[in-house]
Design a protein around this ligand. Structure first.
Ligand SMILES: [Zn+2]
Length: 722
């Protein structure tokens, strides 16, 4: 494998400087002054001269956007570009769990493996004087400044490489000034081929393609050595504005630029008229597939028992850091990605290594799942475990051995139908929070008449319509997962109010406006579906006295030396539900596991109280089990990627419950005993089973429920005297 440091190794011996140092300094100063004259006032002139050493000692670093100059030599030579990912062990000691750099993503390609057309196309379209200038194209720079200020200013390939390596891309005078200095410096130490090679390997080509190798594979299904002239021009035309110039999305935009690229190649004498004509006439076929090279598959096979690939946790952290860098610093995706893979970051993750390892053992080895499965379409599963402050302690994106880095993570990225797991969020919690009902409110186990269906809807599991005479308390409806009573609750609340709870209280991120309807709200038949990660975060509320925490997976991200904190997680919760409601829900959902008719009866966690809810879609395409102990909330999902129906004879009634129980038992085995903590906003009371009201001494049959102190039922008077 080619290492970046090899490619960017310091140039030995020969100096390719054509311009004298004096002339360079003169031009720099001239250009800077010119820029200042055009764009800013004269005040900065002094600081620039100061920095260039014309005026005494000192530096303008503090003025320059508060960022230190990047010493590119050191940056490349001492491997500081490798990002290191840490976890903390049980003693709080830092442990390295992954190293990230570009070459590990198998995309680095030597310049001599890149076809000449592609090299020429990039030079033609991005920087036609590349082989003649000293890192800065003075003519273009000045022209660019006149035209558009510092936003474009005619960046050379060398300058673009610096941008890619440093991630700095604000259109400011200060950045431009630094970039010019760094570009001149870079060209003193590396030759043109080395710079071009680094450039071609670090550019973004949309659709997650970084570097020309992945780009050629994605768009054309070809190696970079095999591209035609037209394909080369198309690829080279993407990088300026990756999404806008993506040929599969905006063909015309790309085509215009590709033709401009060919025109330039022709006028620069890189290609003949015959080659040009042939390219223009070529019918290009786009593949649009991220290739899984056979080489990769072989390696996965060989190393099936080792940790060849980083964990799903590290995959997820990378995504989060990229997102957060974009949000906080205004980076493009390319720039954020470059920071992560070349920026020498230190990422301190929040993973609980013991939890993650148990999950990996269960998932990689398919424990609780049948040994043999259809290789073409194996059953899938995903799992998320959070603590009660939203810390992501473990995550599994798929079932079976991991086949690559940053592969599909179903737990974080896939939308799946939640089925009955939606009911606590859309029906029961809102009903209690808004004081429509309490634990022992009796409702008929029978559907409601829906005008648009022209019939009574819904039936319970297995098509059982229930009975209008059959009255059940909320708890008695929740534990066996009736469909009828949730539909009645949604009817009382209104679907839009249920929707509001999902969106603004439990913060599900994948809702659509069409979800504000009966079927989505009552039985979880959503338009798009939900993410396991969102569901786990929502269920945390039931064990945290009503606090919601956005899931987080790292403590902080620093620069290589640790002197600068780049990102830090704020772990502030938000009171989204009253503590009393959360307590009542917690107790009610414990009966899913403890009561005789509860759907989670087989899936208790040994030695600990737990609350839970199972979820099945009516067509058996998704199986869920989401529950919490005093330590953790775990959301487990099972299904097929292509939505094949789950054969319960083969996989069991609820395979999600089985894998949930296996993992939860393992990770609780050595934990100290602990109980849920409840607020003083909820109380336990006995109620009269004839009326659902608080039991009086004359009530004959009594049961126990949990109530919000500010919404207690009245005392039963109907039983007196009987
Ligand atoms: Zn009574």
């Amino acid at each position: 494998m080619n290492e970046q440091k090899k490619v960017l190794s310091k140039k030995k011996g020969k100096k390719r400087k054509q311009m004298s140092a004096g002339l360079t300094v003169f031009l720099t100063v001239f250009l800077i002054c010119f820029m200042i004259a055009v764009v800013t006032g004269a005040g900065i002139v002094l600081t620039v001269f100061n920095d260039l050493g014309f005026i005494g000692a000192g530096s303008i670093e503090d003025d320059v956007a508060g960022v230190d100059y990047i010493d590119l030599d050191e940056y490349i030579a001492n491997q500081s570009q490798t990002t290191i990912v840490y976890a903390y062990d049980e003693k709080g000691k830092e442990v390295e769990i992954a190293r990230l750099h570009g070459s590990e993503n198998r995309m680095w390609v030597d310049l001599n493996e890149v076809c000449k057309y592609l090299k020429d196309a990039f030079v033609a379209v991005e920087d036609k004087r590349f082989f003649d200038h000293d890192g800065v194209d003075w003519i273009r720079s000045i022209g660019g400044v006149i035209k558009s200020g510092f936003s474009e200013g005619g960046s050379t390939i060398t300058q673009q490489l610096i941008k890619n390596l440093t991630g700095e891309n604000q259109a400011t005078f200060a950045r431009k000034y630094k970039e010019i200095k760094n570009a001149l410096k870079l060209e003193q130490h590396f030759d043109k081929d080395e710079i071009l090679e680094a450039y071609l390997n670090t550019i973004y080509l949309d659709m997650g393609c970084y570097g020309v190798k992945t780009g050629a594979e994605y768009y054309f299904g070809k190696d970079v050595s095999e591209l035609t002239l037209m394909e080369s021009a198309i690829l080279a035309s993407i990088t300026q504005k990756p999404r806008k110039n993506n040929p599969m999305i905006n063909y015309d935009e790309n085509r215009n630029r590709a033709v401009y690229c060919l025109d330039t190649m022709l006028s620069e004498g890189m290609i003949s008229q015959e080659e040009y004509d042939e390219a223009i006439a070529e019918e290009v076929v786009f593949k649009g597939v991220h290739s899984n090279t056979s080489e990769k598959d072989d390696e996965a096979e060989v190393s099936a028992t080792t940790t060849e690939y980083q964990s799903y946790y590290v995959d997820y952290v990378i995504d989060c850091v990229i997102d957060d860098l974009m949000a906080q610093y205004g980076y493009s995706e390319t720039e954020a990605w470059t920071q992560v893979f070349y920026g020498g970051l230190r990422i301190y993750t929040a993973v609980d290594m013991d939890v993650q390892e148990e999950m990996e053992d269960v998932y990689y080895n398919r424990i609780t799942f049948p040994d043999s499965d259809d290789d073409e379409n194996p059953i899938q599963s995903a799992m998320v475990i959070l603590d009660y402050e939203g810390r992501l302690v473990g995550i599994m994106g798929q079932l079976g051995k991991k086949t690559g880095n940053r592969v599909l993570n179903i737990a974080a990225d896939s939308f799946r139908q939640p089925g009955s797991c939606i009911k606590p969020l859309s029906c029961y919690a809102p009903a209690i929070e808004l004081d429509y009902y309490y634990w022992s409110s009796y409702l008929p186990n029978f559907g409601i008449y829906l005008k648009k269906m022209g019939s009574t809807w819904p039936t319970n599991y297995g098509g059982n319509p229930g009975d209008i005479e059959d009255l059940r308390t909320l708890q008695q409806a929740l534990a066996p997962s009736l469909n009828t009573i949730p539909a009645r609750i949604v009817d009382t609340l209104s679907p839009s109010r249920s929707y509001f709870f999902l969106r603004d209280v439990f913060k599900l991120s994948t809702l659509t406006q069409a979800d504000a309807d009966y079927a989505p709200m009552a039985i979880g038949a959503m338009t798009k579906g939900v993410k396991a990660l969102d569901m786990a975060a929502a269920y945390v509320v039931f064990g945290s006295q009503g606090m919601y925490y956005e899931p987080w997976c790292y403590y902080k991200v620093t620069n290589a030396s640790g002197t600068k904190t780049i990102l830090e997680t704020e772990r502030e919760g938000e009171q989204v539900l009253s503590a009393g409601t959360a307590d009542v829900m917690n107790h009610m959902m414990q009966t899913v596991v403890t009561s005789s008719g509860g759907t989670g009866r087989s899936y208790s966690v040994k030695g600990f109280d737990s609350f839970a809810k199972s979820g099945t879609t009516s067509d058996n395409k998704d199986k869920w089990f989401i529950g919490g102990t005093p330590y953790y909330v775990c959301a487990a999902w099972v299904g097929f990627e292509d939505n094949t129906e789950i054969n319960t004879k083969k996989y069991g009634q609820n395979p999600a419950g089985k894998v949930y129980k296996e993992v939860m038992n393992r990770i609780h085995e050595d934990l100290d005993k602990k109980k849920f903590e409840y607020s003083d906003e909820s109380v336990r009371r006995s109620y009269c089973t004839a009326t659902g009201l608080l039991a009086s001494s004359s009530c004959k049959d009594k049961a126990t429920g949990w109530y919000k102190i500010d919404n207690l039922p009245t005392r039963c008077k109907q039983c007196s005297g009987s």
